[in-house]
Design a protein around this ligand. Structure first.
Ligand code: ACO
Length: 329
């Protein structure tokens, strides 16, 4: 097993999900689908949806405050805020700046990061690097999405999959052997067209996007599925091998929660039993950048993820982007 000494560790975690729940049975009344189809194809039973007045930065701030409290760190002690999202409050400024104002992190530099479902893993890689380089002591990493606002609620092939929420983690200097052991990131920009929302950017400005109905997320589900199974399995196997570890050294796999079948394929490749895999896709659906930090916070709250445990995080998303991390709690 790896002897690598970590530079940073997770000091505290928090999550925020909207109260309103949309079940598979609710969706049966909206599009031609069934609870049975959604559960067997995806594992999803319900998802949380933000009411119209709730902003991305509201959910992010709620999760951030919970993470700060859990870490015992004041907002003033945060040096950098990295917020991963594809559904920010505005095109600019960065949603991280709205969060900075809301939580009072007056001493921080704040910026957003766009890596779809891999956003939190990318963010924690940067947080770990900033702390290792001595550029920051405390970094707040947030993964947050309000995907319901870019979902076409008449398209059954996508609207059953996604949900809203936020998760956050405070990173600080490692101590007592706990911390980020390693991280891995990769992208393939040849596959941008398979999962995207092009309307509203500068290639298809918002006015044109509205006229041409390009205002929703589009996904080639089966293509994304195949790529996700391969990339998540590869990312997990690769980081374990690079650190002289096997699935036996992992206490808990915390994968991106997109689809139960992708999660099972990943855990099977690593030879992990079900009790070593954290799954909450049934409750939240795919919350993209928020999915891993929500899962970490929830697993800690439930006492499933305990101090001393070695976790393997793995994600895949639009871009395509993917990655993995080994974190000792
Ligand atoms: N209800 C009922 N039937 C449906 C639904 C639905 N909601 N959606 C599609 N179908 C139908 C299709 O029309 C098709 O019918 P047909 O055979 O008559 O043509 C049939 O079900 C099978 O459709 P597929 O798309 O082939 O179904 P598949 O088994 O591939 O499951 C799914 C679709 C769940 C979307 C799967 O492909 C998937 O999970 N893809 C990956 C999504 C993902 O992981 N994304 C991660 C990144 S997300 C991000 O980055 C934001």
């Amino acid at each position: 097993m790896s002897q690598k000494k970590p530079n940073s560790m997770i000091l505290g975690t928090g999550k925020a999900v909207p109260e309103r729940i949309l079940t598979n049975h609710d969706l049966e009344k909206m599009v031609d689908t069934s609870d049975e189809w959604i559960r067997t194809r995806t594992g999803i039973e319900r998802r949380h949806i933000a009411d119209d007045h709730i902003k991305n930065s509201d959910l992010a701030s709620q999760a951030a405050r919970a993470a700060l409290e859990d870490a015992g760190i004041s907002a003033e002690e945060i040096d950098v805020i990295l917020l991963a999202t594809v559904t920010g409050d505005a095109t600019f400024p960065a949603t991280a700046c709205y969060v900075q104002e809301k939580i009072g992190a007056v001493n921080a530099a704040a910026m957003d990061l766009s890596a779809a479902c891999s956003g939190f893993l990318y963010g924690m890689t940067l947080a770990d690097s900033l702390i290792a380089a001595g550029k920051a002591k405390h970094v707040l990493v947030i993964g947050v999405e309000i995907l319901s606002r870019i979902t076409d609620w008449t398209d059954r092939s996508t609207c059953v999959l996604f949900g809203d929420g936020a998760g956050a983690a405070v990173f600080g200097p490692a101590k007592n052997g706990a911390g980020v052991i390693d991280t891995y990131m990769k992208s393939d920009g040849r596959l941008t067209h398979l999962l995207c929302m092009i309307g509203g950017g500068t290639s298809v400005p918002m006015k044109v996007a509205v006229e041409e109905n390009l205002i929703y997320l589009k996904m080639e589900g089966p293509e994304v599925f195949k790529a996700a199974v391969t990339a998540m399995g590869d990312a997990a196997a690769r980081i374990l091998e690079a650190n002289g570890m096997t699935g036996d050294d992992v206490d808990l796999l915390i994968p991106h929660q997109a689809n139960i079948r992708i999660i099972k394929a990943t855990s099977k490749r690593l030879g992990l039993d079900d009790e070593k895999v954290y799954i909450n896709v049934q409750e939240y659906g795919n919350t993209s950048a928020a999915s891993i930090p929500i899962a970490i916070a929830e697993a800690r709250e439930k006492g499933i993820l305990k101090p001393g445990m070695t976790t393997l995080l793995v994600a895949f998303g639009g871009g395509f982007t993917w990655g993995s991390a080994i974190v000792k709690f």
